[in-house]
Design a protein around this ligand. Structure first.
Ligand code: ATP
Ligand code: MN
Length: 462
């Protein structure tokens, strides 16, 4: 008999139906000649109770049904007398595929720390916490596509290996086919990349934006959603070396349109999670007390608060808080400043706009004041920046002079300038770090706990 997933069975099953389920044993107990197994198959936050009466032939297999064992059970769906569960299965046949030695299996009891579980990257998806987080992650990924597809944005696959190194978004990983032990040197002692696979120094991408721009300048509204890489040596709770980024890019759009898109997007994602992952959020709320269903309901409709960089700095200067990094107009906002704004001043997501041009990338559109650019960052409580976006500079002369000022070499970017030479148009977009979003919505304190295989300095075991 083909197995039913526990989520399907709980939502669509009928009493008296014969079913088969497969999963991993969470707990087993016996009482008055009846055995009970609590089974999880990863499809839902709920475990399914299997009831095995003493007389049943299934009873003989129970000895191997330890915590962690993989089993398949067949039986009849019954209304459950226990509270908190709708159904249970009265088992007639029980097959044990792989048992789990009770002395060796590391996930015996609840209550392991997240740090301990990080060392068990291959087993942690079987815990309630990671099961919940990864199901939310999946729902969010789907919701991303749903949101853009419904609005006519085309999903474009921007490259993972690239030669544009000048975006300035962070440190890069080199991609090479050299055998590093015996590769040809160049005059200045480094590698001679002209003899490497691509004939050029190649990197793992830090962002798909520049490519998304030329696609938007042909297709209109597009989005990239793929992995990005940064070799920054930052051991923080919100940085990964490999993370997924969502980057919409819109033709004939300005900063206002961009901010509206970011807000609508954020609201839609919160709504999807509420609709499809209420149990997961409630579970995480109970254990980690960071994000709650109530809070998400509010986030799903609350308009973002808008503040200019200049006003935000004024707010920070006025505060009595002691900051490690002193505040004055022109500084890049540090995480302590961002959190002060979201957690203490505005108490919710905030969009900060119009940053000084000196601290932002060369491609952001210069404002009329000649000092600031049409940039926007979305900051959220507890985490800080989750979205960074801007209207792009569409004027050729301004872009060239910004590149000169910021020492961005032109030779690799003539194609980018072409977009301003031929049929240039106002356009705008943003980048949202997918893991930061999952982190914010699930309330997980560390970004390493929202991706199955986190990559960070000195971290690549799984
Ligand atoms: P931060 O200042 O927090 O390092 P950033 O300014 O480097 O961020 P951008 O280059 O604007 O970020 O990237 C766009 C988005 O990608 C950010 O808003 C954030 O959500 C996400 N992001 C950036 N770096 C990382 C990282 N190392 N790990 C996970 N997400 C990241
Ligand atoms: Mn960064």
């Amino acid at each position: 008999m083909k197995r039913l997933r526990i989520n399907t069975l709980l939502s669509g099953g009928t009493v008296g139906q014969e079913v088969a389920v497969g999963g991993w044993v969470r707990t087993r107990r016996e009482s008055k000649g009846i055995a009970f197994i609590s089974l999880s198959d990863g499809s839902t936050q709920d475990n399914l109770q299997l009831v095995i009466p003493e007389g049943s032939p299934a009873f003989r297999n129970l000895a191997h049904c330890n915590t962690g064992a993989a089993v398949k059970a067949q039986g009849i769906l019954k209304e459950s007398p226990g509270k908190g569960q709708k159904f249970e299965v009265e088992v007639s046949a029980l097959e044990v595929f792989g048992d789990a030695d009770p002395v060796l299996y590391p996930l015996q009891k609840k209550g392991h720390t997240l740090e301990f579980l990080r060392e068990l990257g291959h087993l942690r998806p079987r815990t309630n916490t990671y099961g919940a987080v990864f199901r939310v992650r999946n729902v969010l990924a789907h919701a991303v596509h749903e949101f853009f597809q419904e609005r006519g944005f085309m999903w474009m696959h921007t490259p993972i290996i690239t030669a544009s190194d000048c975006e300035g978004a962070g440190d890069l990983f080199t991609v090479t086919a050299f055998d590093l032990g015996k590769s040809p040197g160049s005059d200045n002692g480094g590698f001679d990349f002209s003899q490497d696979f691509f004939g050029k120094h190649a990197y793992l991408t830090v962002s798909g934006q520049l490519e998304a721009e030329f696609l938007a300048m042909a297709l209109g509204d597009v989005y990239a959603f793929g992995p990005t890489f940064r070799a920054e040596n930052s051991n923080t709770s919100r940085h990964l070396s490999e993370f997924w980024m969502i980057e919409p890019e819109m033709a004939f759009a300005d900063l206002k349109d961009d901010m509206q898109l970011a807000e609508d997007f954020f609201h839609a994602l919160c709504k999807s999670v509420l609709e499809k992952c209420g149990d997961e959020i409630s579970f995480l709320e109970k254990f980690y007390k960071r994000t709650s269903v109530e809070e998400l309901k509010e986030l799903a409709v609350k308009p973002f608060i808008h503040v200019t960089y200049t006003d935000a700095v004024r707010e920070l200067e006025r505060s009595k808080e002691h900051f490690e990094f002193p505040v004055k107009w022109g500084i890049d906002l540090q995480s302590e400043h961002e959190r002060y704004l979201t957690d203490k001043v505005f108490k919710g997501p905030v969009i900060v706009t119009d940053y000084p041009k000196e601290i932002k990338a060369f491609y952001m559109r210069l404002n009329g004041d000649d000092k600031t650019v049409a940039a926007m960052d979305v900051l959220v409580p507890k985490i800080g920046e989750i979205i960074g976006g801007s209207q792009r500079e569409e004027r050729l002369d301004v872009l060239i002079s910004r590149m000169q000022q910021t020492s961005v070499p032109r030779e690799n970017l003539e194609w980018y300038l072409d977009l301003r030479r031929f049929g240039s148009a106002p356009h705008a977009g943003f980048g949202l770090g997918f893991e930061r979003l999952v982190q914010y919505i699930t309330g997980m304190p560390n970004i390493r706990d929202v991706i199955p295989c986190p990559r960070a300095p000195q971290t690549i075991k799984f």
